[in-house]
Write a protein that binds this ligand. Structure first.
Ligand code: HEM
Length: 505
């Protein structure tokens, strides 16, 4: 009896679902407000990006480049999404005066939706970033530079030990270990000793690396994402060995949050300030209705952790590779460093390194040539609509632009594929006008909160590598540096390897 009534019911449901889908396709293809924009066939199914990304395993930004060549400056890349190619549009979408929301379809993948990174709305993110900002100001970074220096010394000791044992080092994991140590101490006053791990393969460094490709898949399959994030830790560990380290990391951060919430006085036992000194201060949170919830504190910890643990390492690794390709660049950098840092035992202060023009140019060029966050950062146009690239864009449209369209633009950066620090050393006006096209930290109200810390790490890492060591590649070839897109780049597992021979004086 039950089977007899169930079959027509299921049939009816299937029919309703199919009709709904057909109507959606018809609407997207012909009636949707962005249907008038050019784009590839079947883009209105909303599976076009997923097909290229997951099924064909192509970098989405490479596909975007081809689409713009074929369809022009503004291309429909999803049922409700447009991508732009004119570099000037980057500074419009991510302008300080535009307070557009982030599109949750991408950002929910990270499961940090109540954090400065994950809050979709400008209002919530601004309130949170205002509380945290003084911790990440240039001044605060200068005051905390001792933390960064200590971790750098530890990294250098590890590199020296490996060299003494006749071993080269995995430079990507070495430099990421340094970033990881910096972020855990800077934000949480905790030390995970990543750069002391065997072969720089600290479980958290490996787990984070392994997590990057997953973003590629999970962003398209919401139910799968829910299953993955809803799994009890023991099951997660069974399905993916790297989950163990991720879970341990989350537990470490959550334990600290809980301890501070239960006993706020214990916060003052740390030797350096943590994010919780501000996040749990009722006075600072008065306008937001009180201190953040436990979930929000956990999300914030994860967002700062993931934001800070990899990117600087990626940039310094790639910059080092490029410096080593051109002896004239390396020699000039070494000369500048030797002059500014004559006594090898005493590293200059950050403020002195920042005054070195060639080192600064090297860092800017490394940021330009690195993928940073390569994917377009999706924003939602407010209901009243807007004008971009000379076209009227309807309210509610998701718009975005990959920074590759700026950093690789020949109009702006002559011979853009070449690593050329010289381009940042032109007379003042020309250099200043180039500066606005350096968008590695993005722009506008949702730009990177950690950029001063990142710059501090970069100044110190480049200075130490090229003043304290002679760096010689161990068989690494250009193709070993290839990467694919998650949200962050995922590098070819061969990684860059180098011998770091300590210099005497
Ligand atoms: C060279 C190193 C770094 C690069 C290239 C970089 C790049 C970026 C970019 C492009 C964004 C915008 C993302 C978006 O719109 O979705 C961003 C946001 C963010 N970054 Fe960084 N970042 C770096 C280092 C750091 C560090 C050290 C921290 C930690 C203190 C950090 C924390 C964050 C956070 C929390 C956000 C979200 C801001 C918001 O949505 O309003 N980043 N970063």
């Amino acid at each position: 009896m039950a089977t007899i009534t169930l079959i027509p019911l299921l049939g009816t449901l299937l029919l309703i679902y199919s009709l709904h889908k057909l109507w959606t396709f018809f609407y997207n293809a012909f009636l949707h407000p962005v249907a008038k924009f050019p784009g590839p066939p079947y883009v209105w199914t909303d599976w076009y990006q997923c097909y290229n990304d997951v099924y064909l395993s192509r970098n989405w930004t490479d596909v975007l480049k081809e689409l713009h060549e074929k369809y022009g400056d503004v291309v429909r890349v999803g049922a409700n999404e447009l991508h732009f190619s004119r570099p000037s549009v980057y500074n419009e979408i991510y302008s300080p005066s535009r307070r557009w929301d982030k599109d949750a379809t991408l950002y929910r993948v990270f499961n940090q939706d109540e954090s400065s990174f994950g809050f979709p709305t400008y209002r919530e993110a601004k309130a949170r970033k205002d509380i945290l900002a003084p911790l990440f100001s240039h001044r605060a970074t200068c005051e905390m530079q001792g933390v960064v220096k200590n971790h750098l010394d530890r990294l250098c000791t590890a590199l020296r030990k490996r060299h003494a044992a006749g071993q080269s080092s995995d430079m990507l994991f070495a430099l990421r270990s340094f970033s990881l140590d910096c972020i855990t101490t800077y934000c949480f006053a905790q030390d995970v000793h990543a750069s002391e791990a065997e072969e720089f393969r600290h479980p958290i460094v490996e787990a984070m690396d392994a997590a990057v490709p997953a973003v590629r898949v999970l962003q398209y399959f919401e139910p799968l994402r829910k299953v993955v994030f809803g799994m009890p830790p023991w099951l997660g560990k069974l399905t993916d060995p790297n989950t163990g380290a991720r879970v341990a990391l989350q537990e470490m951060l959550l334990k600290q949050v809980k301890e501070y919430v239960q006993n706020p006085k214990s916060m003052h036992e740390t030797s350096t300030p943590t994010i919780y000194h501000r996040l749990l201060d009722p006075e600072l949170n008065r306008e937001t209705g009180g201190v953040p919830s436990l979930k929000s504190l956990r999300d914030e910890a994860l967002s700062l952790f993931f934001g800070g643990a990899e990117s600087s390492g990626n940039v310094s690794m790639l910059g080092t590779w490029h410096i080593l390709q051109t002896p004239a660049i390396e020699t000039r950098l070494r000369e500048e460093l030797r002059q500014a840092w004559s006594d090898l035992a005493t590293m200059p202060q950050l403020e002195d390194l920042e005054k070195l023009p060639y080192l600064t140019a090297i860092i800017k060029e490394s940021l330009r040539i690195s993928p940073s966050v390569p994917v377009p950062l999706p924003r939602v146009v407010p209901p009243q609509g807007t004008t971009l690239s000379g076209q009227q864009i309807p309210g509610g449209t998701v718009v975005g632009m990959s920074l590759r369209f700026v950093h690789e633009s020949e109009e702006i950066f002559h011979d853009a594929k070449t690593f050329d620090p010289e381009r940042w050393l032109q007379p003042d006006a020309a250099a200043a006008s180039l500066e606005k096209w350096l968008v590695a930290f993005s722009k506008g109200p949702r730009n990177c909160i950690g950029q001063n810390l990142a710059m501090c790490e970069l100044y110190m890492a480049f200075a130490a590598l090229f003043r304290r060591f002679e760096v010689v590649l161990d068989g690494t070839r250009a193709e070993d540096l290839s990467w694919t897109e998650g949200f962050l780049p995922f590098f070819n597992p061969r990684h860059m390897r180098a011998f770091c021979r300590p210099v005497e004086a």
